[in-house]
Write a protein that binds this ligand. Structure first.
Ligand code: SAH
Length: 210
């Protein structure tokens, strides 16, 4: 399969859906999404939908990854915390954009798989942790950016671990169908601006590890 052409087509689709940040599009053109999903599903790797990665979890839809990454507005050198490593794909996109990534996964088998693939692909600026990400990762705080890739409530420990001037992007359950994407910008120690966007579909944010 000509994955490079398939990736190029996927980028055109994402662009046509309204993503315009060239840094995001370029990172998605480079990162090999197929490497993050089971080989039996490789022919679906560059379709714009989520794909199962085991343990009842999914690699997010490419458009959703692009949308969240655009909202996050990552700068090279930013220290970024990701809650919900899953396949490792979102972490790879952030690293490709020059971020220093700390990513946390609560399911051990997914943590191990993601760690392995990221190592094989040579992403040295990603550190993978097995923990409950609702508590953040206080050892390395504060962060310039925080991204949560499972849906729940906004977690206070995460807001506390964000730098003033930093941005957090997270899907939030607010009772209706699907999730609302929230971008929180920390403008002062206890002072935030929040913006909300459209309906998205996510696996749930769950406390504890397994
Ligand atoms: N960013 C991932 C998306 C995976 S789906 C990717 O690019 O593939 C979301 C992931 O969040 C799942 O793997 C799920 O196990 C994980 N998750 C859910 N609650 C969590 C928590 N409290 N801490 C850490 N990870 C969590």
């Amino acid at each position: 399969m000509d994955f490079e052409t398939l990736r190029q087509n996927l980028i055109s689709i994402i662009r046509s859906k309204g993503i315009s940040d060239e840094r995001v599009l370029e990172a998605m053109r480079k990162v090999e999404r197929h490497k993050f999903i089971p080989r039996s599903l490789w022919d679906e790797a560059y379709e714009d939908y989520p794909v199962p990665i085991g343990e009842g979890q999914t690699i997010s839809q490419p458009y959703t990854v692009a949308f969240m990454t655009e909202l996050l507005d990552v700068e090279p050198g930013n220290k970024v915390l990701e809650v919900g490593t899953g396949s490792g794909y979102q972490a790879a996109i952030l690293a490709q954009m020059g971020a220093e990534v700390y990513t946390v996964e609560r399911i051990h088998s997914l943590y191990e798989k993601a760690k392995k693939v990221l190592q094989e692909l040579g992403y040295e600026n990603i550190k993978v942790f097995y923990a409950d990400g609702t508590q953040g990762l206080p050892e390395f705080a504060p962060y310039d950016r925080i991204i949560v890739t499972a849906s729940g409530q906004l977690q206070q420990p995460l807001i506390d671990q964000l730098k003033v001037g930093g941005v957090l992007v997270a899907p939030v359950d607010d009772g209706g169908w699907g999730s609302t994407m929230v971008r929180l910008t920390k403008v002062g120690d206890k002072d935030y601006i929040t913006e909300r966007y459209g309906g998205f579909s996510f696996v749930p944010l769950v406390k504890g590890t397994r």
